[in-house]
Design a binder for this molecule. Structure first.
Ligand SMILES: Nc1ncnc2c1ncn2[C@@H]1O[C@H](COP(=O)(O)OP(=O)(O)OP(=O)(O)O)[C@@H](O)[C@H]1O
Ligand SMILES: [Mg+2]
Length: 231
């Protein structure tokens, strides 16, 4: 029992280090890079700009990893408490802006098929953004140069369907049953990552009493569908 207590304390200590001591300085560096990119320190040439954009993307990657780790201390009830009426269109617009430079760097085209009407639904805005961001990042990261990512939103009577589809490398039948498990990574994956993204997506979707489905074929692509009930 004492050992269990000790491990719990250690766990919470590691999570608090992750949130404050790692995240804060990274966020500050990220802001400084953005200041230079926005021209506040004078003109920069294309080469300098490219290096800064790449550095900024790598820092974003680290911040995302830390964010996903921090979901260990957030339970479904906490997410559910944060649910309130929100416009899905705004959430999508903000998610799109966040992944544009990653898609450009990877040479993947983003196609957002979102009609210009507001879709009001009760969700936790920040958590849903995190879920979509994790799905979009996967769709981009696991695509080849020249690939396409499609995002669709279907407003139905009792629910909203969110589709994130890519023409990427796909998921093998052996991997498919495990992709939502914590720290699981596909056998064919060579890029950086820790295998937490989809476990976070699943936690967020189920705290909205929603469902997530996946269809995938190796070398053809992958389709994730989130169904959120209108509560
Ligand atoms: N769109 C996709 N195309 C192909 N494989 C995918 C896709 N999305 C997920 N996967 C597979 O599912 C695994 C788990 O995905 P998950 O997002 O949880 O972890 P990750 O991307 O490996 O790491 P990270 O924690 O950085 O997100 C991936 O390693 C990959 O094998
Ligand atoms: Mg991922």
């Amino acid at each position: 029992m004492e050992e269990l207590e000790r491990l719990k304390k250690l766990n919470s200590k590691i999570l608090s280090i992750a949130s404050h001591d790692l995240k804060s300085p990274l966020a500050v560096v990220q802001n400084y890079l953005q200041l230079i990119l926005d021209g506040y320190t004078g003109e920069i040439n294309e080469k300098q700009k490219n290096i800064l954009i790449r550095s900024s993307l790598r820092i974003k990657e680290l911040l995302d990893i830390i964010d996903n780790i921090l979901y260990f201390r957030i339970d479904e009830e906490q997410i559910a408490k944060d649910i309130k009426e929100t416009d899905l269109k705004d959430i999508f617009e903000s998610c799109k802006q966040k992944v544009i430079s990653l898609a450009e760097e990877k040479g993947v085209r983003l196609n957002f098929d979102i009609q210009d009407v507001s879709i009001k639904i009760k969700v936790s805005e920040n958590h849903l953004k995190k879920a979509l961001d994790n799905l979009l990042r996967n769709a981009i990261m696991y695509s080849e140069r020249g690939g396409e990512v499609y995002v669709k939103l279907k407003d139905e009577k009792k629910s909203v369907r969110i589709l994130v589809e890519d023409s990427g490398i796909g998921i093998s039948k052996d991997d498919l049953p495990y992709i939502f498990d914590e720290f699981y990574r596909g056998k064919n994956i060579e890029t950086r990552g820790i295998g937490l993204g989809l476990s976070v997506v699943k936690k967020i979707v189920s705290s909205h009493k929603g469902k997530i489905n996946v269809e995938s074929e190796e070398s053809k692509g992958t389709k994730f569908e989130i169904v959120l009930p209108k509560i």
